[in-house]
Ligand binder design. Structure first.
Ligand code: PNS
Length: 166
C-alpha cells in the first residue's frame, strides 16, 4: 500500500501482554477491527515478571488467533506505548473493560497516556458478556495445575498449551 493511502487509515492499537491471548482479547480485536481501518495488536515484553510464554510465541499465537481478521496486524514492543503510538500515527488505544475491577487501572493508564500524548485517545470497550470472566492469569493458574483451558482460548493456543505439557 502507498504511504499516502496509509496515512488516511485510522489506526488503533490493542496493547497487552497476552500471556496467553484468550477469547476475551479476541472479542476486543474483532470489535476494534469493525470500528477502525487498521488494528495493530501490540504484544508487550514483560518486565520484572516471568511470563509463561516467551514474547515471540505470544505474538505468534495472537497472529494465529486473529488470522481471520484482515485489517489486524501483530507486532511486539518494549518501551513506552505512547512512543509506539506516535511513530505509527495511531488515532487511539483500545482496551477491554470486564468489570469495575479493571476500571481504575485502565482509567489511570488512559489519563497518563493522554497527558503524555493528547492526540491519542483510549477507547474502553466493555467486554462481551460470554467472555467477561476470562483472564490470562487464571488461565495460567488452571493450566499450571493441570486443568483444561481449551474453552477459554482460541484453538491454536489450546494446542500450544497442550503440546507444552509433553
Ligand atoms: O495485558 P496487560 O498486562 O493489561 O497490559 C498492560 C500494558 C502492556 C498495556 C501496559 O503495561 C503498557 O502499556 N505497557 C507499556 C509501557 C508503558 O507505556 N507504560 C505506561 C503506561 S501509562
Amino acid at each position: 500500500m502507498h504511504g499516502e493511502c496509509m496515512s488516511e487509515l485510522r489506526t488503533i492499537l490493542c496493547p497487552g501482554t497476552f500471556d496467553p491471548v484468550h477469547l476475551g482479547h479476541l472479542d476486543i480485536f474483532e470489535r476494534a477491527a469493525g470500528l477502525f481501518d487498521r488494528v495493530i495488536v501490540l504484544v508487550a515484553a514483560v518486565s520484572g515478571k516471568d511470563p509463561l510464554l516467551p514474547l515471540p510465541q505470544r505474538a505468534d499465537l495472537v497472529r494465529a488467533a486473529a488470522a481471520h481478521l484482515e485489517n489486524v496486524e501483530v507486532d511486539t514492543f518494549e518501551g513506552l506505548l505512547v512512543d509506539y503510538a506516535r511513530q505509527e500515527g495511531a488515532a487511539a488505544i483500545a482496551k477491554g473493560l470486564r468489570s469495575v475491577d479493571d476500571f481504575q487501572h485502565e482509567q489511570q493508564m488512559a489519563m497518563m497516556n493522554r497527558s503524555m500524548l493528547p492526540e491519542v485517545d483510549t477507547v474502553l470497550l466493555v467486554t462481551s458478556p460470554n467472555v467477561q470472566y476470562i483472564s490470562s492469569s487464571l488461565i495460567r493458574e488452571i493450566w499450571t495445575l493441570g486443568g483444561d483451558v481449551s474453552t477459554f482460548v482460541p484453538h491454536p493456543v489450546a494446542e500450544a498449551l497442550e503440546r507444552m505439557r509433553h
